[in-house]
Write a new protein. Structure first.
Ligand code: ZN
Ligand code: ZN
Length: 362
């Protein structure tokens, strides 16, 4: 046998187990019809879906005259005596719940020749029923009805009335109809919903927090950039300036040549741009468009901010040194104002650039 076939068989067994298991939860109601002739010689017929087939009962219909046991209404013991008319089979035994097992009652009535057994509930149970388990008494229709209905029929039979009963299959009911099952489903639904809402709230709060932090950082960087822009050299170009006379000079932002009378900003790296072009750029990026020089660092604005932060809470710093023992650069491990890695990158780029400059200067 191949491994695949074995797996298929196991799956089938598992599924059949599930079906069997769910079948144990499903119960069938019984339609119960009683008819008798009352004192006024009128035929009375009553019909209700008020019975429940026992777990081990065949789901078949049965009818006959209702007979109750003599003496003990519970029909226990090996041979309970039934007040029955031998000339008119079939008959249905009507017994009360209690004293012995369902199987014992049903088997005793079966031995006496009953076509079916109706067990009615104990006193004080109203019209409630249970799903009887009677594994030792299969092969005979057995249903359970409520105490009120059972007592009503018992009273008629004891008064000498011939009561005919017909039992038919009603409808299936599963765990979905059960109150406890409904409670369980409601609680499970509530828990899942609450967990989903909590998760959603947590995610939203986290996003809001991150967004807030990002905005705060952006605002801080912008105000730093504004401060730095205020410190940059600004001049108005004249007719005989080198920038206006030579075509090789042009603003790298708008790609246009300079004209006399235009206002330009000189960055710390000595690169020149139109004031109107470079200011929005610096507010967003804080670096020279041509050489990536970080103006915040070059003007010491970032250091000022860092110092003001370090007085509040000194950040952890990892010092990286080169073989000569000189500090190469300091990496703040927790930088509360600049979680943006791009910003660190600029600083390092700039450091590298500055060192390159120093190297070229000799
Ligand atoms: Zn320009
Ligand atoms: Zn530059």
């Amino acid at each position: 046998m191949g491994k695949k076939t074995q797996h298929c068989l196991l799956l089938l067994l598992y599924l059949s187990g599930l079906v069997h298991c769910s079948a144990a939860f499903v119960f069938w109601t019984a339609m119960v019809e009683i008819s008798y002739v009352n004192n006024n010689n009128e035929t009375v017929e009553k019909y209700c879906e008020c019975g429940v087939y026992g777990r081990n009962s065949p789901l078949e219909k049965v009818s006959g005259v209702v007979v109750v046991p003599k003496g003990d209404p519970k029909g226990c013991g090996p041979d309970p005596v039934y007040n029955r008319n031998f000339s008119s089979p079939p008959w249905i035994a009507l017994v009360k719940r209690g004293n012995c097992t369902f199987s014992e009652k049903i088997n005793a009535a079966k031995r006496q020749g009953a076509a079916g057994v109706v067990v009615y509930n104990e006193d004080g149970k109203g019209n409630t029923t249970t799903h009887m388990a009677h594994s030792d008494a299969a092969g005979i229709v057995a249903i359970m009805i409520g105490n009120t209905q059972g007592m009503e029929v018992v009273k008629l039979v004891k008064n000498g009335t011939d009561v005919n009963m017909a039992i038919e299959l009603g409808s299936p009911h599963g765990p979905w109809m059960d109150t406890y099952w409904l409670y369980f489903l409601s609680i499970a639904f509530f828990i899942v919903t609450a967990a989903s809402i909590a998760y959603f709230v947590f995610i939203s709060a986290n996003r809001l927090y991150n967004l807030n932090m990002h905005r705060r950082t952006e605002r801080k960087l912008k105000s730093e950039a504004k401060k730095a822009i205020g410190r940059l050299q600004v001049r108005t170009l004249k007719r005989d300036d080198e920038e206006t006379t030579s075509d090789s000079h042009m603003c790298a932002v708008c790609i246009e040549s300079y004209k006399a009378g235009e206002v330009v900003t000189v960055l710390t790296c000595d690169h020149i741009f139109h004031k109107a072009c470079i200011e929005p750029w610096l507010l967003e990026r804080r670096t020279c468009p041509m050489c990536k020089c970080d103006i915040l660092k070059a003007l010491g604005v970032e250091e000022e901010t860092k110092e003001s932060i370090s007085t509040d809470s000194p950040p952890d710093v990892t010092v990286i040194t080169v073989a000569g023992g000189d500090t190469l650069y300091e990496v703040p491990l927790t930088d509360p104002v600049s979680p943006d890695p791009e910003r660190h990158q600029h600083r390092y780029d700039n450091r590298a650039y500055e060192e390159d400059l120093e190297a070229t200067r000799g």
